[in-house]
Design a protein around this ligand. Structure first.
Ligand SMILES: [Zn+2]
Ligand SMILES: [Zn+2]
Length: 596
């Protein structure tokens, strides 16, 4: 055991060569010990000690070596404790794990709880520094920062700074900025100092083939571009049988990595298209979309050094592993099962949908010799149409399965404050589960205590019921794109009808929570529930309308109106304010197109 209260009154030894992130870890340890125990250890730098990512608390002994598979360790000694990390962010994770053991409770919106003197736990066990997954990343689309509109960017950033702080406190390793065809930059420079101060990775790439193969080249080199049914087109990805095209992609991938502050990994994905985009020329015809995507990644792989990786995306038409192209040793697969069923865990044998995804993942693990990460959607406000969808049990079980299947890293897509509001429980559960899946099962109680105070128990009952009710809406991919075939449509419509019958029970449960607590955290939940019920009702009505165009239009209008109702709320963040409406119009058009 480590007596933190006693050590807070002693010394904090910092290596003489401490860089910014090690110094930051020392600052954080000292500051929080001060808040917990009313004493701040005296800072001391000792010459002649080894450098690196370590801190001595009450002791100046040299740090021991880390065991294989360990990111950090806290060694208790007679006279104190030594914290050592494989790199600065791991040392920082050790600091926060120790503080959490003393009773600190972190929060992604900055509302953390630090027990004061007399309430903090003074005797703690050394935390375990062997996380389940080596890469633990949050991902977000660059466009959601609205970086070309200064006031929107400025409105978003404070919440991001709080989120990045929480990322370090919960053991994340980095933030992935996802670039799309319309983007003009690779990351958000305004956030880089916050990430680097904590030694968190700035990951980049995405659906950015237009940047790696500029469309202007089409005029002189149409053969660089994919052959579709109507000839070569600059709308798709690339013709991988063209060595000239691959040479351009390779050089521009090198430049893209150089434009990223960390310049190690690159997520090299095809354009975000549902089918199509790949080439059918004579040379490419025998290659599946997955083979073609992997050929592009392979071409870029020898531009990275031994520490770097190129990520091939397994998604939509590349969900099945490549069949004829073998991955370069520096190419990893990133498995993104977006249209899976979220009503069941991915390994739940009762689910008719997820078996295909599970088989594809396991084939990827074999094909890539275990170099596979998973990209998940537990905070995806587009997939879930902004509806509240608590997935705590699904997230916990998924992560346990992913680890057992040999997946090495996990990431989760989020949309700023909106995701913290509508998917906050999923986000807490993912953060815990990425470090330790077996501890992810019990997150709901702590989450509700932090968010809802005295209404915690009532809110846990509500979220549990809400998870059961909304399951009917998340079996088929995008909530707002229900199945088109008669059997699938009937199943979803019947499920939604049953879900909507639970509306009074859900309102009663929320009312019970509101009665226990005057907390202003409950009122936004009531708005979110009404929005969610409105969307589920509209999807149900759209399915019921069948050939009745007027009824279908009324259902679409109901979705748009519901969005107007929540976008004005502060908790909706910039995504709720600006992006939700665009998303709704996109889906409205997609639904109308189906009926035309
Ligand atoms: Zn081709
Ligand atoms: Zn299912």
């Amino acid at each position: 055991m480590i007596d933190l209260e006693a050590l807070a009154a002693r010394t904090l030894v910092v290596p003489a060569d401490a860089g910014d992130a090690v110094a930051f870890a020392a600052d954080e340890l000292a500051a929080y010990l001060g808040r917990l125990f009313g004493r701040v250890p005296e800072r001391r730098t000792e010459e002649g000690r080894p450098g690196g990512a370590w801190l001595g608390l009450g002791t100046a002994g040299a740090p021991p070596a880390l065991a294989a598979g360990t990111e950090y360790a806290v060694h208790a000694r007679d006279d104190g404790a030594v914290l050592v990390g494989r790199r600065p962010r791991a040392l920082l994770a050790a600091v926060y794990a120790l503080l959490e053991a003393a009773g600190c409770r972190w929060s992604p919106d900055g509302r953390e709880e630090i027990p004061g003197h007399g309430r903090a736990r003074r005797l703690v066990s050394p935390p375990d520094g062997r996380p389940a997954f080596a890469r633990r990343v949050w991902a977000a689309d660059l466009a959601t920062w609205h970086y070309t509109v200064p006031e929107r960017l400025a409105a978003r950033l404070p919440a991001d700074v709080a989120f990045v702080d929480w990322m370090a406190k919960t053991g994340a390793t980095g933030l992935l900025f996802i670039r799309h065809a319309n983007d003009t930059q690779w990351h958000v420079p305004e956030l880089a100092p916050e990430l680097r101060r904590r030694d968190l990775a700035i990951e980049g790439g995405g659906h950015a083939l237009v940047e790696l193969l500029p469309r202007e080249l089409f005029a002189v080199h149409p053969e660089y571009f994919p052959l579709g049914p109507a000839g070569r087109s600059d709308l798709g990805n690339v013709c991988v049988s063209s060595s000239g095209a691959l040479a351009v992609v390779r050089e521009r991938a090198r430049a893209a990595r150089a434009a990223l502050p960390d310049a190690s990994d690159l997520h090299l994905w095809g354009l975000d298209l549902f089918g199509g985009g790949w080439c059918r020329c004579e040379g490419c015809a025998a290659l599946t979309p997955s083979d073609q995507s992997l050929a592009v990644c392979n071409a870029a792989a020898d531009t990275v050094d031994d520490d770097g990786r190129i990520f091939h995306l397994a998604y939509h038409d590349t969900l099945a592993p490549p069949t004829s192209v073998r991955p370069h040793p520096r190419v990893w697969a990133e498995f993104a099962p977006r249209e899976r069923c979220y009503a069941h865990a991915i390994d739940d044998a009762a689910c008719p949908t997820n078996a295909r995804y599970r088989a594809a993942l396991e084939a990827y693990v074999a094909c890539f010799d275990g170099r596979v990460d998973v990209f998940e959607y537990y905070g995806d406000a587009i997939l879930f149409a902004g509806c509240a969808v608590p997935l705590a049990a699904i997230v916990a079980r998924d992560l346990a399965y992913y680890r057992a299947a040999g997946v090495q890293g996990v990431s989760c897509l989020v949309f700023g404050r909106y995701s913290l509001w509508a998917y906050g429980l999923n986000i807490d559960t993912f953060a815990r589960g990425a470090v330790s899946p077996e501890r992810a099962g019990g997150v709901t109680e702590a989450y509700c205590a932090r968010r809802y105070g005295p209404a915690a128990a009532a809110m846990a009952r509500y979220l549990d019921a809400l998870a059961r009710v909304t399951a009917a809406a998340v079996t088929h991919g995008d909530v707002l794109l229900p199945p088109d075939d008669t059997a699938g449509a009937d199943t979803v419509r019947a499920g939604l009808a049953a879900a909507l019958r639970e509306a009074p029970a859900l309102r009663r449960l929320l009312g019970a929570a509101a009665a226990v607590s005057a907390s202003d955290a409950i009122a936004p939940e009531e708005r979110l529930l009404e929005y969610t019920l409105a969307v589920l009702g509209a999807v149900h009505d759209w399915l019921a309308a069948r050939t009745d165009t007027a009824a279908a239009e009324r259902a679409i209008a109901a979705v748009l109106a519901a969005g107007q109702d929540v976008r004005v709320l502060e908790v909706a963040g910039t995504w709720g304010t600006y992006d939700l409406e665009l998303t709704h119009h996109f889906f409205a058009e997609a639904l109308r197109a189906r009926r035309r």
